[in-house]
Design a protein around this ligand. Sequence first.
Ligand code: SAM
Length: 281
Amino acid sequence: MLAYQHAYHAGNFADVHKHLTLHIATQLLLRKESAITYVDTHAGRGSYPLAAQETRKLMEYRSGILPVWLARSALSEQDTWLSEWLGRLASAQPEADLSVYPGSPWWLATSLRKQDRLSLFELHPGEHRHLEDQTHAANTRHVHGDGMSGLRRMLPVATPRLAVLIDPSYERKEEYQEVADLVAFVAQKARHAIVLVWYPLLPAGRHHQLLESLRDQGIKKLWRSELKRGQPQESHGMYGSGMLVLNPPWGLGEALTEAMQHLTPLLGSASEHFSDWWVGE
Ligand code: SAM
């Protein structure tokens, strides 16, 4: 069953959190010359026009990227990770206004150097068709198929470095366990791989299962960043967005903390961010 379509949620606060983290991680990786294989296991469409029927239905971007975008001229006076990220977002717009929100394939494809590679996996046939129309960067491979098994088959990779984004929709509760198994597999096959995992904060608290399973499979230390927009008891739906990073590039924690200090107040007074080294004991 593949009912989820990211277009309904494009540009929401979780996208902003995820793509800002992805931006900072890739920029830090680019400080070294050695080649990187990037893998996006759940790529989505790659690009989301905000005027699309699906996106207009919930308009989640209005409480996500929109207030951040509207603050960009004030932010651009400061030399921050957030203003750099907004500069990239501006470069994705056909006109001066915000009309398109780019997905993870765009953030990755526009970071590629000639020595790097990118594999984009998308299982949904319609989403995959959109993705093929959207992303034309050199060194990029589009795969219509399961990104979980696809990534497993790719290991080990030929380049000295590997960076993976795992961003499922968590429509099935088994996906928390599947993600934990995949991270453990990657860590075993490619010890230095940088793995970024997005997860939702929901009242059911299933992300705890993901962390416990990682711990049980020998993953003892991850960088964790959580952006909350309320408390679980106040919410029926997603009240926050989480990112886990295995083997974070040097400086990620500090950079992300700085970026989130600028971002969080723009997302409303109930928003808060915390980050730490998660240690599984
Ligand atoms: N990573 C995208 C971004 O940040 O722009 C958003 C991805 S969206 C949350 C999840 C996507 O994964 C959906 O497009 C869905 O069709 C796709 N999907 C679900 N199961 C998959 C699987 N096993 N392998 C690859 N893609 C899958």
